[in-house]
Design a protein around this ligand. Structure first.
Ligand code: ATP
Ligand code: PLP
Ligand code: MG
Ligand code: MG
Length: 300
């Protein structure tokens, strides 16, 4: 893989904890990528806490930061663009201008889009983001990492079985996306998550993930998934192995996070707090550098 690997990452920043850029930057850096972060919001903590305070970057301010980079000829160096949570349609529209500009400068630019809109049947961004993703963003992305619900929103069809998955995946390929990864779905056995991967006109994989943590839900894992997938996909055509390494590190981070929880939480005597669920990312540096593949991707 090339020596020059620099990601422009447009995601949330939280002061405490690990979502958005806080979840994505460290693993990318550990894996040898320069990370230039634009913080789409700066919040005290993620939305799962009792209260939340902070600022939202306006679309005009995003354009200003980008102009500053351009004025200093700093746009030349990007090999990757990564985008995640975006709270407004105008901000997302501005991102589409940014992709076009970066692509003009570097036609090889890889755009990894995590279309964060919701989970488990609930949208947590305004509905007017959906047409912007559909019409402006998706035609520009190389790799997309939606969860099952986000696939259903974008393609306007319900996913109930594997054949629904592959036809939804084709919907993305038809719009020009080379690699579609569904980071998680409810299609596995009980107590299992199932991920899907498809490369346009090429191989398809599924990977089954035993659910960890007895119903505890983690935040920042989707953002971590996208960053790890970006890093491991660089310079390889073996996407099955990319998915395996991504999941290997993720599962190890989750395990380390669970292992750090107090006994009364693990035994179910007390509910886990949002803070106790924060990913033990820094403590997982070794499993990020050297993922040990246990769960295998199955070519289908
Ligand atoms: P996004 O919202 O960013 O689009 P998402 O909803 O798919 O992503 P998650 O549901 O957190 O995000 O899933 C991302 C990955 O995190 C999964 O592929 C899985 O490897 C891992 N993961 C999350 N929760 C668990 C869990 N309880 N047990 C095992 N793996 C988990
Ligand atoms: N950004 C912010 C500010 C959030 O509050 C969250 C989730 O609560 C996320 C991003 C995304 O987290 P995940 O990676 O679990 O999808
Ligand atoms: Mg999810
Ligand atoms: Mg998410």
């Amino acid at each position: 893989p090339g020596l020059n690997r620099r990601v422009l990452s447009i995601q949330s920043h939280v002061v405490h904890g690990y979502v958005g850029n806080k979840s994505a930057a460290f693993p990318l850096q550990v894996l040898g990528f320069e990370v230039d972060a634009i913080n789409s919001v700066q919040l005290s903590n993620h939305t799962g806490y009792r209260s939340i305070k902070g600022q939202v970057l306006q679309e005009k301010e995003l354009a200003e930061l980008f102009e500053g980079l351009e004025a200093n000829n700093l746009l030349q160096c990007y090999t990757h663009l990564l985008t995640g949570y975006t709270g407004s349609a105008s901000f997302l529209s501005r991102i589409s201008n940014i992709v076009s500009k970066l692509r003009e400068i570097n036609p090889q630019l890889i755009y990894v889009c995590d279309p964060v809109m919701g989970d488990n049947g609930k949208m947590y961004v305004p509905e007017d983001l959906l047409p912007i993703y559909r019409e402006k963003i998706i035609p520009l992305a190389d790799i997309i990492t939606p969860n099952q619900y986000e696939v259903e929103l974008l393609t306007e069809r319900k996913i109930s079985n594997e054949s629904d998955v592959w036809s939804a995946v084709q919907w993305f390929h038809d719009r020009g996306i080379d690699t579609v990864v569904i980071s998680s779905s409810e299609l596995g056995e009980e107590n299992e998550l199932r991920a899907f991967l498809s490369k346009k006109n090429d191989k398809r994989y599924i990977l089954n993930i035993p659910r960890q943590g007895n119903g505890i839900s983690f935040t920042g894992t989707g953002d971590l998934f996208a960053s790890l997938f970006l890093a491991h996909s660089h310079g390889t055509n073996n996407l099955g192995s990319t998915l395996e390494k991504t999941i290997a590190s993720l599962q190890a981070v989750i395990k380390r996070t669970l292992d750090s929880m107090p006994a009364e939480v693990l035994s179910g005597k007390r509910k886990v707090t949002a803070q106790e669920c924060e990913l033990k990312l820094i403590q997982s540096k070794n499993v990020i550098e050297n993922p040990e593949v246990v769960l295998k991707a199955i070519e289908v």
